[in-house]
Design a protein around this ligand. Structure first.
Ligand SMILES: Cc1cc2nc3c(=O)[nH]c(=O)nc-3n(C[C@H](O)[C@H](O)[C@H](O)COP(=O)(O)O)c2cc1C
Length: 186
């Protein structure tokens, strides 16, 4: 079994998928990881729509790019796309967020998405979080009520055999870390 540190190193955005389908069991395990993730006041302001019917999956995939923004053109290769829908939070969390000017729901979704993708990585399945998509179109395709928001889509599938784990491109820790006082970029 992989260590958590290995999983963090090996999880990467996968932008090529082969023809292998992803089993419902694996998709459910990833959803379970997201479902068990923490959220502000334990409000769990989410629902997850799994799109695995091939024709519908293609239609949703085609709502993630267009002529002007072509970078998600790989998404139609994904056999599964999961939509993270923002659900109503608790009143106390909403009020707290408004008073403190913090959007807890979007934070919660980020954490849930990380859990999802790490679980997929453990199963050998690749994922790519997608923040760029035509939300109106996707909501229509999936019958998501107009007033709700989709925080992100996650494309998932098996990377081809020649897909390698890339070196992570990240700011060095000296550029993002300080102890006891803010000492960044000085
Ligand atoms: C909120 C969010 C939105 C993203 N949207 C997209 C997207 O629309 N298309 C895409 O190809 N990658 C997208 N990504 C993936 C990032 O580009 C990627 O995580 C980042 O470059 C780091 O690379 P890695 O995931 O391989 O470690 C998104 C990631 C996050 C967290």
């Amino acid at each position: 079994m992989k260590s958590f540190a290995d999983l963090i190193r090996e999880r990467q955005s996968v932008r090529r998928f082969d023809d292998r389908p992803v089993s419902e069991e694996i998709v459910r395990a990833c959803i379970e990881a997201a479902r068990l993730s923490p959220s502000a006041s334990n409000a769990q302001p989410w629902s997850f729509i799994v799109v695995n019917e091939p024709e519908l999956t293609k239609q949703v995939a085609h709502a993630t790019f267009d002529k002007l923004v072509p970078f998600n053109k790989f998404v139609p290769q994904a056999p599964v796309i999961v939509a993270f829908v923002i659900e109503k939070t608790k009143t106390i969390t909403r009020l707290g967020g408004a008073i403190k000017d913090r959007d807890f729901q979007w934070c919660d979704h980020g954490i849930a998405a990380a859990h999802f993708c790490l679980m997929a990585a453990e199963q050998g399945v690749g994922t790519c979080m997608l923040g760029w998509f035509n939300e109106k179109k996707v909501k229509k395709l999936l019958a998501i009520p107009r007033k709700k928001r989709i925080s992100m889509l996650i494309a998932m599938g098996y990377p081809p055999d020649d897909y390698h784990i890339r070196e992570k491109i990240r700011k060095p820790s000296e550029a993002v870390l300080s102890f006891n006082k803010y000492d960044i970029g000085r």
